[in-house]
Design a protein around this ligand. Structure first.
Ligand SMILES: [Zn+2]
Length: 195
């Protein structure tokens, strides 16, 4: 049946879900109309209540700037560059950072066809040109793509009057920020190294 195959294909696109689990989920949903309705309602609500901040591209509950850009920050001269909005939320939850964020929207990956042009660099440029940022902290993941992105940004940022640093690799190689625990994130941020 096409609808089950389609759903299985869609579910298998979720992180950490293989084709076997996706198939199980699809059949499970077929037998659970209540869960289906709940998912439908919540996905609809998600699409209509979560926006991207026009400044940093973190999640925002309104169409205006987010809670990080809006409120007084302890270290507004620090700007932490991350791949995804969830990375910024994770760093924020660790309590180890009081600066601002900038979400790139991914990492450079020749394999997936993601080039620097697809990252949010234009808005980063405007933010840096305002002169309020003194240090840019590269907090991309310690993966091949994350390292390539940090390397690219290091060169790109040489045109601006800012200190550039990279979070410490206390996180193991291949580590993605979203899976790092609170202590590792705090340690990683404190131990950042100037490039
Ligand atoms: Zn923001």
């Amino acid at each position: 049946m096409h609808s089950i195959i389609d759903l299985t294909m869609t579910l298998s696109r979720l992180p950490g879900v293989g084709s076997k689990s996706a198939k199980r989920m699809a059949y499970f949903l077929l037998e659970e109309p209540e869960l289906r309705a709940l998912l439908e309602e919540q996905l609809h609500h998600l699409a209509n209540s979560v926006y991207l901040c026009p400044i940093c591209a973190c999640y925002s509950q309104e169409m205006q700037s987010c809670q990080y850009c809006d409120r007084q920050r302890l270290q507004p001269e620090l700007l932490c560059v991350v791949e995804r909005a969830s990375d910024a939320m994770n760093l924020e939850a660790s309590g180890g950072f009081g600066g601002l964020y900038h979400v790139l929207g991914g990492a450079i990956s020749p394999m997936s066809g993601i080039t620097p042009e697809q990252l949010r660099l234009e808005s980063l440029k405007s933010r840096l040109e305002s002169g309020a940022i003194k240090e840019v902290i590269l907090a991309t993941s310690f993966t091949l793509e994350g390292d390539a992105t940090a390397h690219y940004l290091e060169q790109w940022l040489a045109h601006f009057d800012v200190v550039v640093s990279r979070i410490a690799s206390g996180l193991s190689a291949g580590a993605q920020l979203e899976f790092a625990d609170k202590q590792s994130l705090i340690h990683s941020m404190r131990g950042r190294q100037k490039l």
